[in-house]
Write a protein that binds this ligand. Structure first.
Ligand code: ADP
Ligand code: MG
Length: 266
C-alpha cells in the first residue's frame, strides 16, 4: 500500500491572512512509519498547517514537498491517491447513507486496477471504524461521534500511504478514541505516514511517535512525547498550569486545579 518516499516535508512555511501571520517559519516532516501528533492551543494554526501539508491551502511563504516533489506539481487525482484528509468539520452529506459516504473514499481509484478491491476495502474500513452496523443510516441523522467514525472509515477506504486527520477523536467516546488511535498506529506500523491533530495530550503521549507543539503559528517543540510533553513547556504554551505524571507506563497530562469554592466550604 505504501509508496516509498511518501514523506511530507514542510520548510519555512508561512501563511498570512489580511496581513496577520497565522503560520510563521514552520518546518515539519511527516514520515512513513511515524505517527505525528500536532498539538497546541485553540487558534495556534494546527488546522491551517494541516491544510498546507495536504495541499488544500497554498502557503504565503515556504515550500511543501511530498515524496521529494513540490505539492503544487502533483496532479489533484495523483495527490488523492497518496494523501487522505479527515477534516475537523465533516460536511452534512445530505441524502447519503453511511455506506455511500465511505465508498466516496474509493473515487480516486476509479478506473484503476485497485478498483477491483473496492467492496473488500470499503467493508474492511467500515469494520475498522466500527460503522458496519450503521451502513444503511442516513449520514445527517448520525450523532457527532458516529459521523466522525464514518469520516474515518471514508479516509481508511481511500487507502493512501499518507493520512492527515484534524481532531478525529474530539467527538468520540473513550473506547472509540482508543480504537481510532490503535487503528492509526497499526496503519503506521505497516508503513503509512500519519499526522493527527489532537487536543487530548495523554492520547498524544500514548500513541504518537513524535509530538509537534504549535503555538502562535510557530513550532514550539518537536520530538518524542517524553521529551516534548513536559509540565513546564505545556504550562507555558497553554497558559494554564499542567502536570505530567506517569501511570501504568504512560504519561498522563493533567491540569492543575485549584480547590473549588464548594470544596473549600466542606
Ligand atoms: P487551530 O486549528 O490551531 O485552532 P487554525 O489553524 O484554525 O487554528 O487558525 C489559526 C488562527 O488563524 C486563528 O486565530 C484563526 O481565527 C485564524 N484564521 C484561520 N483561517 C483564517 C482565515 N481564512 N481568515 C482569517 N483568520 C483565519
Ligand atoms: Mg483546528
Amino acid at each position: 500500500m505504501t509508496a516509498p518516499g511518501a514523506t511530507v516535508r514542510a520548510r519555512g512555511v508561512g501563511v498570512a491572512v489580511d496581513g496577520h501571520r497565522i503560520l510563521d517559519g514552520v518546518d515539519v516532516d511527516v514520515r512513513p512509519g511515524e505517527l505525528l501528533a500536532l498539538v497546541g492551543p485553540n487558534g495556534a494554526g494546527k488546522s491551517t498547517l494541516l491544510g498546507v501539508l495536504s495541499g488544500d491551502t497554498v502557503p504565503t511563504t515556504g515550500t511543501v514537498e511530498l515524496g521529494g516533489r513540490e505539492l503544487r506539481r502533483h496532479a489533484a487525482r495523483d495527490l488523492a491517491r497518496v494523501r487522505g484528509v479527515q477534516l475537523q468539520q465533516q460536511g452534512l452529506a445530505f441524502g447519503f447513507r453511511v455506506e455511500d459516504v465511505v465508498r466516496m473514499g474509493r473515487s480516486p481509484w476509479h478506473r484503476t486496477p485497485a478498483e477491483d478491491d473496492d467492496e473488500r476495502v470499503v467493508a474492511e474500513a467500515m469494520e475498522r471504524a466500527d460503522v458496519a452496523a450503521l451502513g444503511q443510516r442516513h449520514f445527517p441523522t448520525l450523532s457527532g461521534g458516529e459521523q466522525a467514525r464514518t469520516s474515518f472509515a471514508r479516509l481508511l477506504a481511500q487507502a493512501t500511504p499518507v493520512l492527515m486527520l484534524d481532531e478525529p477523536t474530539a467527538a468520540l467516546d473513550i473506547r472509540h478514541q482508543e480504537a481510532l488511535l490503535d487503528v492509526l498506529r497499526r496503519t503506521v506500523r505497516a508503513g503509512a505516514a500519519a499526522v493527527v491533530v489532537l487536543h487530548d495530550l495523554s492520547l498524544a503521549a500514548a500513541y504518537a511517535d513524535r509530538v509537534c507543539v504549535l503555538a502562535d503559528g510557530r513550532v514550539r517543540a518537536d520530538g518524542p512525547p517524553a521529551e516534548v510533553l513536559t509540565g513546564a513547556l505545556l504550562s507555558e504554551v497553554y497558559g494554564h498550569p499542567v502536570d505530567v505524571v506517569e501511570h501504568a507506563g504512560h504519561l498522563l497530562v493533567v491540569p492543575v486545579r485549584t480547590p473549588s469554592p464548594l470544596q473549600e466550604v466542606l
